[in-house]
Design a protein around this ligand. Structure first.
Ligand SMILES: NC(=O)c1ccc[n+]([C@@H]2O[C@H](COP(=O)([O-])OP(=O)(O)OC[C@H]3O[C@@H](n4cnc5c(N)ncnc54)[C@H](O)[C@@H]3O)[C@@H](O)[C@H]2O)c1
Length: 343
């Protein structure tokens, strides 16, 4: 089978990053097949992928930890590889409910790996996170920086990375790409798919855009006493479509290779919270009221990537700038003021 038509299992493919990656996969000629239990997403995302690409990905609604159901899925397809997004991502909740985070992210991933191994699928891309670096001292952060997470969510990602290292060492047939995302933001330019957090957003971009549209009164900025140019936290924001295209590049590399590689996906540019507010105000023409409150426990002052390994190894470099990120977030927010619900 040529890689152009290869079927790719996408766990969590209805979610924020997964849905954008399905679009990028289809546009690169792959055939994504989604497994999702809709615990943090909406079935409408599938129809929206079709609206953008003209192709409706096949969907299996099930849990990755349900090994019988997964066996059935694997029997029905000839997968060339899997991209594994399914999991929970709320840092705060991982602190208050660590067992649930480890069950979802570690046990869930182990079950999936077991199913893939049994099914003879030995190519995998895994969603890791810059959170594994914890409070890295050196900026920009390269992949050789120490893995030292500071919360259960980060530990759950680091644990799965370790499992994958051990698997790649024990089973030379496996080819694994570990992608450490910095801060994914924005939406597909069509405004058909985007980030749709349940409840109060944990992340800055959806919070800012919900304030701009009038869904929330004001933004809370966690601390302005960090050692940064304006005192607010600095992060490396990467457009979700760049991230999606990074997955396609990593998949292509992984299909050709064995062993494990771990790469950062970021832009290498840091932006402060106040810079994001300003950029979003300019794009939307709305004012974003905010108040400064205390630092959020576990947050670090500055985090941005050294993106050079992704360029060397995968030929991948993020293309979209902060203005594009704000424009696409705002377009999604305006077209879907309450996300996927009420459609
Ligand atoms: N968004 C970020 O800021 C960010 C940053 C770094 C890493 N990540 C990681 O990237 C991945 C995707 O993140 P996202 O932002 O798209 O999250 P998301 O919640 O939008 O997507 C996750 C998807 O997985 C599904 N899912 C969850 N548990 C499942 C299970 N047991 N079985 C089947 N489906 C299940 C959810 O319904 C959802 O559709 C996650 O692993 C996350 O930890 C996200």
């Amino acid at each position: 089978m040529s890689s152009e038509t290869a079927q790719i299992l996408v766990t969590g493919g209805a979610g924020y990053i997964g849905s954008h990656t399905c679009v990028a996969l289809i546009q690169a000629g792959f055939t994504p097949v989604i497994v999702d239990n809709f615990s943090n997403s909406h079935p409408l995302a599938i129809a929206r992928i079709e609206a953008i690409t003209g192709i409706r990905p096949q969907l299996h609604e099930c849990d990755i930890a349900d090994e019988d159901a997964m066996r059935q899925v694997l029997r029905n397809h000839e997968f060339a590889a899997a991209i594994h997004f399914a999991g929970v991502k709320a840092v705060g909740r991982s602190v208050s409910e660590p067992l649930e985070t480890y069950r979802q992210n570690v046990t869930g991933s182990l079950s999936l790996l077991q199913s893939l191994n049994e099914g003879g699928i030995t190519r995998l891309i895994f969603s890791s996170s810059a959170t594994v670096y914890g409070g890295a001292e050196q900026m920009p952060i390269s992949e050789t920086a120490r893995v030292q997470p500071t919360n259960p969510y980060g530990h759950s990602k680091a644990m799965v990375e370790q499992i994958l290292h051990d698997l790649a060492a024990a089973e030379p047939d496996w080819g694994i790409g570990v992608l450490r995302y910095f801060n994914p933001v924005g939406a597909h330019k069509s405004g058909e798919i985007g980030e749709d957090p349940q409840g109060i957003p944990d992340n800055l971009f959806p919070y800012v855009s919900q304030v701009a549209i009038g869904r929330r009164e004001k933004l809370q900025v966690f601390g302005n006493d960090y050692n940064t140019p304006d005192g607010t936290g600095v992060r490396d924001y990467i457009h979700v479509m760049d991230l999606a295209e990074g997955h396609v590049a990593a998949l292509q590399a992984c299909l050709q290779s064995q062993g494990l590689f771990a790469v950062n996906l970021g832009t290498g540019q840091g932006s402060s919270v106040l810079e994001i507010i300003k950029a979003f105000e300019q794009t939307s023409g709305q004012s974003i009221p905010f108040e400064i409150i205390a630092r959020r426990p576990g947050d670090v002052g500055t985090s941005f990537a050294d993106p050079s390994k992704a360029k060397e190894l995968l030929g991948f470099e993020a293309q979209r700038d902060l203005t594009q990120m704000c424009q696409d977030s705002w377009n999604w927010q305006q077209r879907n003021p309450t996300g996927y619900s009420n459609h």
